[in-house]
Design a protein around this ligand. Structure first.
Ligand code: SAM
Length: 305
């Protein structure tokens, strides 16, 4: 499913930034999306403007994450990060659980509430959250592509953040150990646009398997949340079925919080996270719909008030 592959960095930011049109030209020609993001347009990105007619989803990613002000040309030895193939999570090198880090070395305050993003891709989504909550929460990104993790680590240093950590890990096999040793509460787990592995015989390669669901449900604090989404209906239904099977322990958010409404099929109407992930931006650019569910862990098995 090459066309699905989520992280195409072939249109690198350096290419993007050498264009000679002004930011204002882009902003004035394009949709309300850009109007909305105008105030967060950073200096480093202003020079990277383009004509709306030539807009590509990679350009939209750079715009959406402009406030992060990430260096693109200059990511040390990493050079250009180009991702083409799915990784096989069942290969012998990927089924060994990673070593648990010393959380005191990883985070400035390892007792803060933790959010884990499973299959975090480039890490921009998590970096954005970590920067906004740099004294109130810790963030852990698990990603099976090492090169993406290295670049994300480089960005963590650039942003001088002490509340975020990326790990090269197969989340399916390492999540439980990692999270069970974390000293603070687990408040949020996100699984956003996981690789679809369409062929039935490859479904076992999907990151969300029953043991992972069990570990998430068990590790979450009461009131903690799980947010899942996919632009592939079949994958979204799989995620939904797996978490709906845990409704003894979880409630879907629309039954608790009327400010997070769903459509009649039970999918969230809006993205509740404040920013879109990269795959989400690419998919919406191509006209796809995003199917989202958010669950909250019950308090001692009872409905919330
Ligand atoms: C389609 S991308 C989505 C990335 C990001 N969540 C987004 O929405 O832009 C799926 C990501 O999950 C990663 N991934 C797949 N299986 C994984 C696993 N078992 N453990 C950790 N990461 C995994 C892939 O390498 C890829 O970066």
């Amino acid at each position: 499913m090459g066309s699905y592959l989520c992280l195409h960095f072939s249109h690198s930011f350096s290419k993007f930034s050498t264009r000679h049109r002004t930011a204002n030209s882009l902003l004035s020609k394009s949709s309300s999306f850009f109007q909305h993001h105008r105030c967060s347009y950073s200096d480093r990105v202003v020079s990277a403007s383009i004509d709306a007619r030539e807009l590509r989803s990679t350009d939209l990613v750079a715009l959406e994450y402009a406030d992060l002000n990430l260096p693109y040309k200059d990511s040390g030895e990493l050079g250009h990060v180009r991702i083409r193939q799915h990784v096989n999570p069942l290969s012998s090198s990927n089924i060994v659980p990673v070593q648990v880090p010393d959380w005191n070395e990883v985070y400035k305050d390892p007792t803060l509430p933790l959010m884990v993003d499973i299959g975090c891709g480039s890490g921009r989504f998590l970096l954005w959250h970590a920067r906004r909550n740099n004294d109130s929460g810790n963030y852990l990104g698990l990603e099976i592509r090492q090169k993406l993790v290295k670049r994300a680590e480089f960005w963590v240093k650039e942003l001088a953040l002490s509340n975020i950590h990326f790990m090269f890990a197969n989340a399916t096999v390492s999540f439980k150990q990692l999270v069970s040793t974390y000293p603070g509460p687990l408040v949020l787990v996100s699984i956003l646009c996981p690789d679809p592995h369409f062929k039935k015989r490859h479904h076992k390669r999907r990151v969300v398997q029953k043991p992972l669901v069990d570990s998430i449900v068990k590790s979450l604090m009461h009131g903690g949340k799980v947010f899942v989404q996919s632009d592939v209906l079949e994958v979204a239904l799989d995620l939904r079925n797996q978490f709906d099977a845990e409704l003894d322990a979880l409630q879907h958010i629309d039954t608790i919080d009327p400010s997070v409404p769903c459509n009649e099929e039970g999918w969230l109407l809006n993205n509740p996270m404040g920013i879109r992930t990269e795959r989400e931006i690419h998919a919406e650019f191509e006209g796809a719909k995003i199917y989202r569910r958010m669950y909250q862990k019950r308090y001692d098995g009872h409905f919330l008030p």
